[in-house]
Design a protein around this ligand. Structure first.
Ligand code: HEC
Length: 136
């Protein structure tokens, strides 16, 4: 039996879209995989998002949700400066997860602030899947 090429193409597109909807996220996940990380898990990302930890520079416990809240559809607030932060979920804020440079810049800063170190490629991939999943 011959299966029309259009059907195959359509299902491949559907598949890639359900895994990941943002080209920026796709590119970063590819990079992290090349660095040896993966498979990535939205569930692990969610667990890490709220996991409170202390470290050398902070005796008080910190987590990603300290600033971004536990619900990515909510607006957040900077734990130190009190400045408002727009929601992380792409569905609530369409500029999210569109710019690889911006994502990497904030991963670097926020992981250092929260964990006292940079995040691993595995952790970043998990976070991206989680953020993307809650929003699309
Ligand atoms: C001290 C407060 C604070 C903490 C804690 C924090 N962030 Fe952020 N985050 C920010 C601010 C401020 C921005 C940039 C402003 C904005 O984009 O609204 C930002 C932006 C981001 C972005 C950019 C998303 C995009 O595409 O616009 C990502 C990704 C991110 N944070 C992930 C994390 C992760 C993962 C953690 C936990 C390891 C974390 N953040 C913890 C304050 C924080």
């Amino acid at each position: 039996m011959k299966i029309p090429v259009t059907i195959i193409t359509a299902s491949v597109l559907l598949f890639t879209q359900s895994v990941s909807a943002s080209p920026a996220v796709d590119n970063l996940l590819k990079e992290y995989s090349k660095a040896g990380a993966g498979p990535f898990s939205a569930e692990a990302g969610q667990r890490h998002w709220t996991k409170a930890q202390s470290h050398d520079k902070s005796p008080t416990e910190r987590s990603c949700s300290s600033c971004h809240t536990r619900d990515l559809n909510n607006a957040g607030k900077h734990a130190k400066t009190q400045k408002p932060i727009k929601p992380m979920a792409p569905a609530a804020n369409s500029s999210r997860l569109t710019d690889t440079k911006k994502i990497e810049k904030w991963f670097k800063r926020n992981c250092k602030w929260t964990l006292g170190r940079e995040c691993t490629s595995q952790e970043k991939g998990d976070f991206l899947l989680y953020i993307q999943k809650t929003g699309v």
